[in-house]
Design a protein around this ligand. Sequence first.
Ligand SMILES: [Zn+2]
Length: 57
Amino acid sequence: MERKTRSKFLKVRCSCKNEQIIFGKASSKVKCLVCGKILAEPSGGKIKVKSRILEVL
Ligand SMILES: [Zn+2]
């Protein structure tokens, strides 16, 4: 069985303690809604998460 990390939602926590749900296949940079820090950025069709992942939804 294949397990690919696509089309998933991730719950991440920013260093400012804001928790945010992001799409695992975003095509643009995802910023924290509170402090504006980049939480994740696109990387070859996937997403590169630069913050702490709390949960994969
Ligand atoms: Zn933040």
